[in-house]
Design a binder for this molecule. Structure first.
Ligand SMILES: [Ca+2]
Ligand SMILES: [Ca+2]
Length: 171
């Protein structure tokens, strides 16, 4: 009998923000962005599309802000459920991520800008490059992969393993 490990990884899935549909923004060229373009959401509203999930366990959104006296708020939903709610204060491209657990297949993806602010010389806009869905949630260093090799259950801290990782990392 052949024992296969549980599906732990699949190729990451990328959704370019500039491919999303929105009535509240527009795309622009950016040499620092994935695929050379990004989406500027300039007023309150959503950009929507489809995420093809393959064992998705983590969503990472690459975003940045045009801001002053505060910062735009980004709300990311998958299949109608909020998975990430984040103030985007960085003016350089930054990853904002959250652990999720999605069933395989197509899910509605929505990125919403909720707090536009505009006065003379100051306008908040939410800039989004892409959404990356990966299959393995990022573990903190030292967390066990599970009870094989005599370790504790998955997710608990295992100092000996962490020390082994650290010594191997510096060796
Ligand atoms: Ca604006
Ligand atoms: Ca892009």
């Amino acid at each position: 009998m052949l024992l296969l490990p549980a599906a732990a990884s699949a190729a990451p899935v990328t959704v370019e923000a500039e491919s999303l549909a929105t009535g509240s923004g527009g795309t622009f060229a950016d040499t620092g962005a994935s695929s050379g373009r990004a989406l500027r959401i300039w007023s309150n509203g959503a950009a929507t599309g489809t995420l093809q999930s393959r064992a998705t366990r983590r969503i990472s959104v690459r975003a940045r802000a045009e801001s002053c006296d505060g910062a735009p708020r980004m709300v990311v939903s998958v299949a109608g459920k909020v998975v990430l709610e984040q103030t985007v204060s960085a003016s350089a491209w930054t990853e904002y991520a959250a652990d999720v657990s999605l069933t395989d297949g197509a899910h509605a993806l929505e990125i919403r800008f909720t707090n536009d602010f505009n006065r003379t010389g100051c306008d908040w806009n939410l800039l989004v490059d892409r959404v990356l869905a990966t299959s393995v949630a990022i573990k903190r260093p030292g967390e066990s992969d599970g009870t094989c090799n005599g370790g504790p259950s998955a997710g608990t801290f295992w100092p000996e393993y962490a020390l082994g990782l650290a010594s191997r990392a510096t060796g």
